[in-house]
Design a protein around this ligand. Structure first.
Ligand code: EPS
Length: 398
């Protein structure tokens, strides 16, 4: 339904995205997209590149008079750093950094110069994911759906358990989003944020890098997005793939995920109760997804990011030119990318949710979709009539 491609190298002239399948009529401006691009540029622990770039999108197709037309949307961001690279003789890169795509890119594509892998594997590409995600976010907002996120841990510094419980209440998440937005490590608890900052500072002093865990929540989703009928239509699986594709993400968890694996079944489910005719849950261990389908509770997802592979302290590697065992050479990079990566995870979640909503409602124009959205079944007794009579499978025997 909805799809996008990105193109561009980290130090090439510009990076590009084409988003296809967005319905007509969605109001969107470059300023709105730039807002999210700026969020991606901020964060304690960033490297030198973010002092050079001022990411600004140009919308060059698919949006006229401030609204999407249903045609492919083309987005372009300039790499200001390109000016430094364009006429330069570039040093050969022959020593792969463990953990980056230098070695695997060369083995896959037969590169005789490792920088060719670096240029495309760089997380600079996530700029365009955030741009695409901002368009999807604007679309979701038309239906009252909001996506936000924050950092739950950096290295071994984590929000205390009692402050980060998965909740069925959208209000809890709204408050977390707002507070995290004020923090340069994107953490909603001031004491934890301070400890995270100190941990990042220490890591920088130690010439090292640090990963962490990001949590993203989507609020206002209707129940019934995704499907249980095929592995590739389960919304949980689609989200996991999208988030797993982000640079340095090595784990994705939905709801209480790994913690649920430790509990007996009676404590791991979200029991139902009636509020008038509305069917509700007091807990949200499932993170808003049951059977790969949204249940209307906040959709909660976590991504684990490994520390960036480029470290100031060298690592053992092999020089492919000399055939000798050598130490890595430093390339400019971030010390801790985790705070900056929150809008990237949000963007991928926005994209998958926009796709799922379009799939549910049909996606030619916003106008058509509004009526269908209003008519969606909700978790109410009156929306869920059951026959309550015995029945038979009715298959024919072989
Ligand atoms: C990034 C741009 C890159 C890196 C970083 C993210 O720019 P440069 O290589 O010129 O410093 O700072 O990418 C990585 C950490 C990586 O490993 O690829 C950006 O725009 O976010």
């Amino acid at each position: 339904m909805l799809r996008f491609l990105t193109a561009g190298e980290s130090h090439g002239p510009e990076i590009t995205a084409i988003l296809e399948g967005m319905p007509a009529g969605v109001p969107i401006s470059a300023d709105q997209i730039d807002h999210d691009l700026a969020r991606r540029q901020r964060g304690y622990g960033s490297g030198g590149r973010m002092k050079i770039e001022r990411d600004h999108v140009r919308i060059t197709a698919g949006v006229m008079a401030g609204r999407t037309t249903g045609a492919p949307i083309a987005l372009v961001v300039r790499n200001l750093d390109y000016e430094k690279w364009r006429d330069r003789d570039i040093e050969p890169m022959t020593i792969p950094r463990p953990g980056h795509a230098d070695l695997t890119g060369a083995v896959k594509y037969g590169y005789r110069e490792l920088r060719l892998a670096l240029e495309r594997a760089s997380a600079r590409e996530t700029t365009m994911r955030v741009a695409v995600g901002a368009v999807c976010r604007a679309f979701l907002a038309e239906f009252g759906i909001a996506v936000g996120g924050y950092v739950v841990s950096i290295g071994d510094v984590a929000l205390p358990e009692r402050l980060r419980a998965t909740s069925p209440s959208p209000e809890v998440y709204r408050e977390r989003f707002a507070r995290a937005e004020e923090s340069d490590v994107r953490c909603y608890d001031a004491a934890t944020a301070e400890a995270m900052r100190a941990r990042i500072r220490m890591t920088m002093d130690q010439r090292d890098t640090l990963g962490g865990v990001i949590e993203v929540a989507a609020l206002g989703l209707p129940p019934g997005l995704g499907s249980h009928v095929h592995w590739d239509r389960r919304l949980s699986a689609r989200l996991a793939q999208a988030v797993m594709s982000i640079h340095a993400v090595k784990g994705v968890e939905i709801g209480d995920g790994f913690a649920e694996a430790l509990l007996p079944g009676t404590r791991a489910q979200d029991e139902l109760y009636l509020d008038g005719t509305a069917i509700r849950q007091r807990t949200n261990h499932a993170g808003g997804l049951e059977g790969g389908i949204t249940n209307g509770a906040p959709l909660v997802l976590r991504a684990a990011l490994k520390p960036i592979a480029t470290t100031l302290n060298p690592l053992n590697s092999v020089d492919l030119a000399s055939g000798a065992e050598v130490k890595t050479r430093y390339e400019r990079s971030d010390f801790c990318q985790v705070p900056r990566a929150v809008p990237i995870v949000e963007a991928m979640v926005c994209f998958v949710l926009a796709d799922a909503l379009i799939e549910k409602l049909g996606g030619d124009s916003l106008e058509e979709m509004r009526g269908r959205f209003a008519a969606l079944r909700r978790l109410r007794l009156e929306d869920l009539p059951v026959d309550n009579v015995p029945w038979r499978f009715g298959y024919q025997d072989a």
